[in-house]
Write a new protein. Sequence first.
Length: 301
Amino acid sequence: VAGELGVDYESVRVMVTSTEKNNNTAPTAASAGTDLNGMAAAEACQRLKQRLAEVASRMLTDSLPNLEPDQSEIIFDQGQVWDQRCPDHTLRFEEVVNQAWMERISLGERGFYRTPNIHYDRESGQGNPFFYYTTGASVSEVLMDRFTGELKLQKADLVLDIGKPIHEEIDLGQTYGGFVQGLGWVTTEELRYADNGSLLSYSPTTYKIPNISDIPEHFSVEFVENPEHQINIWRSKAVGEPPLMLSLSVWLAVKHALSCLDDQQIPKLSIPATGEEILRRMDELKGLQNFSTIESEIPLI
C-alpha cells in the first residue's frame, strides 16, 4: 500500500481482519498472504490513485497555467505528488487527499484478487497447480557425539531466490524462523505414543522444540534477486514456509556423518534424527567398534 501510493511505510495502518469489513476473507496461511492480499490491496490502490491523480492534475495546472491537465503524467513518490513535465512544482500527498475530500470524491476502495491460471486435472495428471516456485539451496555442517548421539548444528548457509524482496528484514526473519522450525522437524520433534495409542510427547518437556542453544554459531542467509520474476506482487515470492525444507540439509549431513563409520555405507535414518535414533543407527553400522578405541577428550564424529 505504501509503495503503490508513494507514501511512508509508517503512515499505513493495518486493521484486524473482520468479516464486518470484508465478508470474503482468506486466512494468512500457505505462504499466500502477500500474494493474495497484497495484489488485492495494490489493485484497490491503483483505482484510488487514478482518482487522486485527476485531482492533483487539476491542482497543479491551476498554479501552472501553461500546463494542460493530464493525470497520466502525475507521479506519487515519498509523500510528494508532481507532474513529471514540471517536477520542480510539488504537492504534499495530504494536500491532494484533502482536496479530494473537499470535492466529495471517494477516498475508499476495495480490491479483489485470485491467483490466475491455476488448474489441475487429477485424472490426467495434467495442469498448472502452482503459480510459481520459491527455490533455494542450503549447506549444513553438524557434529555428533558417538557415545551419546548428541547432535550440534555448527554451520548453516542458505541461499533463496525470492524474486525481488518487498521488505528484506521481514524476509530474513521469515527465513531464519522457517529454517529453525524445520530443524526441529528433522532432529528433535518426535511423536511418541503409548501402547494404548495415547500421545506421550504432548508438552515441551517431552516434545522437544528447538531453543536458542540450537541456533548454529555460523548462520548465513543470502537472497538471490530474480528480476525476471514479474508475475507476482512487486516481483516478489513468498518466503514464509519454503525455508523449512532447506533444513533437510541438516538431516542429510547427519546421514553423511553416519556413513563415515563404515566405508561410506548409507545408513537408514528416520526423521527426526534424535539422539536416540542416531545411537540406534550407529549401533547397526558395521565397524563401529573400530571407533571406540580412538582416544579423544571429546569424542565427536
